[in-house]
Design a protein around this ligand. Sequence first.
Ligand code: NAI
Length: 283
Amino acid sequence: MSIQTIMVIGAGQMGSGIAQVCATAGYDVILNDQKQEFFDRGLANITKNLSRDVEKGRKTEEEKAAILSRLQQSLSIDDAKNADIVIEAAVENMEIKQSIFRQLDSIAPAHTILATNTSSLPITELAAVTNRPEKVIGMHFMNPVPVMKLVEVIRGLATTDEVYEAVRDLSVKLEKTPVEVNDFPGFVANRILLPMINEAIYTVYEGVASIEDVDTVMKLGMNHPMGPLTLADFIGLDTCLAIMEILHEGLGDSKYRPCPLLRKYVAAGWVGKKSGRGFYVYE
Ligand code: NAI
């Protein structure tokens, strides 16, 4: 399976980062979004990142220009007819993703792999709406994509070894470290990270320690670069709650029950950095 042209669906935070690393690795990239302004925002993000690389001496102006020249704008999903792999990074919504996958399945050539960057939705359920479930796979990049080395490569129930290996090889060419994961709620990263964050919230809820002190314990005691409550604010408390619900429902174990204090913050609209207030207040 040879991959030359990669289509990325969604030019948001993740999609623009994925497009950037693909073009940097020498692939032709079709970056798709629904509106010109969304594409422009993604391209501006990529240009800003590359300009910073030039300033810091990590890239030359010529390399930056070559990377940008490999990026093609797309406002129509029909462009999937030219892709060897599509990496979907649209919003985290099952109905929207299923609709995109149905369309991709009817437009893309038979050899095209359909990958999704979902952080929590079941790959197998997404694959089931297509006529090529063996070519559907999860490719879960971390944020920010140009910086973070990990890709969880998630095999749906029907994903073939050939498709898995093609995506693993692609991840290595993108200078990432792929990890093989089977399709269960939260995959590996969020299954381990979110219960830790939820437990940190319980620790505050039960009055064991203050918000600042819980973060200090994990930073200085465990060498985490950021405390779990600060990290929760960055991720967004609404996203944290949504992932805990998926773990709780999907794995059916009470150890994944979301902390009532997390629910209360989300209900108040205190969802973290993006709303100006979560466990901490942001100016
Ligand atoms: P975002 O909101 O920044 O970007 C989503 C983009 O998709 C927007 O530009 C939107 O216009 C576009 N879009 C929506 N529907 C579309 C459609 N039908 N066709 C084409 N484009 C469409 O979201 P973000 O953060 O980039 O997340 C994207 C995906 O990546 C989600 O599935 C999310 O769960 C996953 N993810 C997010 C991470 C994060 O830290 N933000 C980390 C890992 C995965």
